[in-house]
Ligand binder design. Sequence first.
Ligand code: GLU
Length: 332
Amino acid sequence: MKRRGFLAVLVALGFLFVTIFVPHQAQSKTIFVTIGTGGITGVYYPTGGAIAKIVNKKRDVYGIRCTVESTGGSVFNINAVIAGDLDFGICQSDRQYQAWNGLAEWKDKGPQKDLRSVFSIHPESVTLVAADDAGIKTIQDLRGKRVNIGNPGSGQRQNAIDALENAGIDWKKDIKAESAKAAEAPGLLQDGRIDAFFYTVGHPSGAIKEATAGKRKVHFVPITGLDKLLKKYPYYAKAVIPIKFYPNATNKEDVPTFGVKATFVTSAKVPDNVVYAITKEVFENFDYFKTLHPAYSILTKQSMLEGLTAPFHPGALKYYKESGLIKYIKKQ
Ligand code: GLU
């Protein structure tokens, strides 16, 4: 009798376990989402972190667990998003334009029709950092010097090539071009292994702080004479490097250059509910988001819907419609 009672209790418990826990577990299956960023001393990496932080706070609502990956940058991120290796990526607005239209690195592959916009983020400027002792006052002085133009997966590589070409400099012949990642460039400069480097990045960035804070004194080189370049490439605009962020650089004033915008992209294959959740959480927590990095201080909700080439993902559009932000979106 005792034994039967015990068995009955066991069966009842087993039943309870199955009815309560098994369906519950199925419902709350976690959706893992990865964001591709850049070098850890850039601004993409903390940006991915800021987005993930906001989204992960609502894990019980959406079941989304967002993680961030350090990568080679814009070009790598776009390709990984299209291949389905990453769900989201941060990339420069010029690279988004080129991928969508099948230009630059995508010339042979053709237009990347699965690329989708979510929103844009901070401005990035093409930043040319040179050692004071290398005698580089203008971009013309780069001739014959060792210059890091960036790794092939990065956004800055093409910007450096465009800036050099605009100045009549052939990067293959007239300079000693290096292809190191941006995170390595400050160390190479400080060690005397390069004379200068290009980095297209938001300000302030850890890499530029590191480059300006060493023993070897460094400065930003202005990039001017941009009329031809701005006419030729619709995605470039004039920009400045705010010197207040880098008190150890030897410049005294803000430095003129050109720039682009960081943008947040995904693939048409990523489900609407995931893109909707991320878009909604970033915009609904906009004031908090802006506190997460000084490069966001000038952001407005409207500015975050500008500078995008690929069509908006339907999940993002759903939020822009329901929040009324759709009014800021130009007809695509
Ligand atoms: N703009 C750089 C790139 O596309 C990355 C900058 C950053 O990581 O903040 O590769």
